[in-house]
Design a protein around this ligand. Structure first.
Ligand code: UD1
Length: 370
């Protein structure tokens, strides 16, 4: 009797914000059982605290393939990933490739797979900031222009994809795998031993505090932008002490400029996922330019001030706890102090942000690849 062949999907992870999206997809694949899968790590992020610790903590199995393509300019990094992934799919032909988010590895592997005639599933499709100065916006648009299946986190994503001419039957509003992960990990944290976390001592010492993350090139590469933002953070820290795990890109600029942030801003190295969650979930305020943290704070009801002029995640402002401050220091201070003095009541968690998005994605893929 002829045995049925089980389709195999290759999952691509490259940079830090990919790992928390891949973890729930791996769990859902294991639970569903209808698909085989392999995990490809492009190596875009390569420091232990930007990559390996996430695999260990989030329970992601070791990658089947690792390319070590990190560092360098956008073009150099993207080109290295494309070359390596092209050789990979030629040798080990998957039935589909799944990419997540909007980093350079997402774009590189989507384009290579599509040219090799392999269907591409894009998780977190359809988001648009309208800001072509953001490398991620270019990555999102290019990836979506050639993807076959679009897994979307919020209604704005569906609207953008339809406007760009993508067929209804390929667009699936499934909710958010990033929220699957934060809900799952926050639950684990309730019984975890947290005393060893690098964030625990500062959390205990400060009691009430805010958390800062900054890494967007448009905010941190140019001293003319970073210096006023740093000034705003200093002003805020006189009212509420801030804890700031510093991304390597940001540390580079701070060191080059010799910028100091004052005694009320506690600088840390980039933190592992659980230690960071332990910190921000109880913060009075998060100040950030991250995409994912805007969503995670909405999921857990923590006030968030976003230091950007736009967001590709408008539902976090419409229904969640996020406000957009832009980068003018006066406005950042004004919105941060308002959030400290008058914390809003917990707002709504958006539709389908229920911790089950990865299961929906795997079911839809298994039906399509059967
Ligand atoms: C990338 C993503 C961004 C994501 C961010 C999260 C793109 C276009 N950008 O930006 O969307 O929000 O990751 O971190 O894909 N570096 C290290 N160690 C590392 C990784 C990076 O020192 O493990 C250094 C690099 O050498 C470089 C800088 O940090 O100088 C930036 O790294 P890069 O991967 O180019 O982009 P990110 O700014 O991290």
């Amino acid at each position: 009797m002829e045995s049925t062949r089980v389709p195999c999907i290759h999952l691509v992870a490259g940079a830090r914000p990919n790992f928390m999206k891949i973890a729930p997809i791996v769990r859902a694949l294991q639970a569903d059982g209808r698909l085989r899968w392999k995990l490809v790590h492009t190596g875009q992020h390569y420091d232990r605290n930007m990559s390996d610790v996430f695999f260990e903590e989030l329970g992601i199995p070791a990658p089947d393939v690792h390319f070590n393509c990190g560092g360098g300019s956008h073009a150099a990094q993207t080109a290295r990933v494309m070359e390596a992934f092209e050789a990979h799919v030629a040798a080990d032909r998957p039935d589909a490739v799944l990419v997540v988010g909007d980093v350079n590895s997402t774009l590189a592997c989507a384009v290579v797979a599509k040219k090799a005639g392999i269907p591409v599933a894009h998780v977190e499709a359809g988001l648009r900031s309208g800001d072509m100065g953001m490398p991620e916006e270019i990555n999102r648009i290019v990836t979506d222009s050639i993807s076959d299946w679009f897994f979307v986190t919020e209604p704005s994503g569906v609207a953008h994809l339809k406007r760009e001419g993508q067929p209804d039957g390929r667009i699936f509003h499934v909710g958010h795998v990033m929220v699957d992960n934060v809900v799952y990990q926050a639950e684990r944290l309730t019984t975890a031993e947290t005393g060893g976390f690098g964030t625990d001592a500062v959390k205990r010492q400060l009691g009430r505090y805010g958390v800062v993350t900054l890494h967007r090139p448009s905010n941190v590469d140019d001293p003319a932008t970073l210096a006023p933002i740093a000034g705003a953070l200093k002003t805020i820290s006189a009212r509420l002490p801030l804890v700031f795990p510093v991304h390597p890109r940001t540390r580079g600029t701070l060191e080059r400029l010799g910028l100091t942030l004052g005694p009320n801003i506690h600088l840390l190295d980039p933190q592992p996922y659980m230690a960071f969650l332990h910190l921000w979930k109880d913060a009075a305020l998060v100040l950030t330019d991250s995409g994912g943290l805007q969503e995670e704070t909405t999921a857990l009801g923590v006030p968030c001030v976003t230091i950007r002029d736009n967001t590709e995640r408008p539902i976090t402002v419409e229904e969640g706890t996020n406000v957009l401050a832009g980068t003018a220091p006066e406005r950042i201070v004004e919105l941060a102090l308002a959030a400290i003095d008058h914390p809003a009541a917990q707002r709504r968690r958006p539709a389908l942000w229920d911790g089950k998005a990865a299961g929906r994605i795997v079911s839809l893929l298994a039906e399509r690849l059967a």
